[in-house]
Design a protein around this ligand. Sequence first.
Ligand SMILES: Nc1ncnc2c1ncn2[C@@H]1O[C@H](COP(=O)(O)OP(=O)(O)OP(=O)(O)O)[C@@H](O)[C@H]1O
Ligand SMILES: NC(=O)c1ccc[n+]([C@@H]2O[C@H](COP(=O)(O)O)[C@@H](O)[C@H]2O)c1
Length: 174
Amino acid sequence: MRMKRLLVVGRFQPPHLGHLHTIRWALDNAEEVIVVVGSAQESYTLDNPMTAGERVEALRLMLEDLGDWCGRIMIVPVPDIAMNKVWVQYLKMLLPPFDGVVSGNELVLMLFEDMGLAALRPPMFKRGECSGTRIRRLMASGERGWEGCLHPGVRRYVEEIGLPERLRRLLAMG
Ligand SMILES: Nc1ncnc2c1ncn2[C@@H]1O[C@H](COP(=O)(O)OP(=O)(O)OP(=O)(O)O)[C@@H](O)[C@H]1O
Ligand SMILES: NC(=O)c1ccc[n+]([C@@H]2O[C@H](COP(=O)(O)O)[C@@H](O)[C@H]2O)c1
């Protein structure tokens, strides 16, 4: 049965084609999708180089391709909290009502299941290539090979904000 509203949770550092695949999959399973930009307080670190605002902007560029579907998607940045047990309650306070989550993250799936909500694991898309960790590692070491995992709009955007250079400098700082 199609649900009313599902969350897609991630850090989106940066948003890549695997994420686009998962958001499409969530839209097949729910009338509306809320893309939760997690760890919104983080920026300018090797694991979380982009600000929440930059991630929101990049996601919007990527989701433009979904055309009319865009009206069914909300993007909400959410800072982390120290207490995992009440995280889903915290999301309930911040967001419109939702039926469950789409995620490949074990902790996220467990926290939603324990609250009696739907916890759906999406199929992976080119996981070997489309991984935030891999993309950031290549950028930080000045290598190419990450471009094909990004939507053209996101590719242009990360070059505009100087993300590869930011990662190189963060790596050099140690
Ligand atoms: N290649 C992929 N195909 C489909 N879905 C993906 C893919 N990569 C990530 N996802 C989905 O996006 C969610 C959030 O992912 P996240 O932002 O952690 O991306 P990531 O590439 O795994 O990043 P990182 O390597 O930095 O942890 C995951 O739980 C998963 O559901
Ligand atoms: N206690 C919390 O704030 C809490 C718990 C579980 C997941 N999260 C967040 O959800 C997101 C999950 O995304 P990833 O799958 O990219 O790790 C992360 O930003 C993570 O920090 C936060």
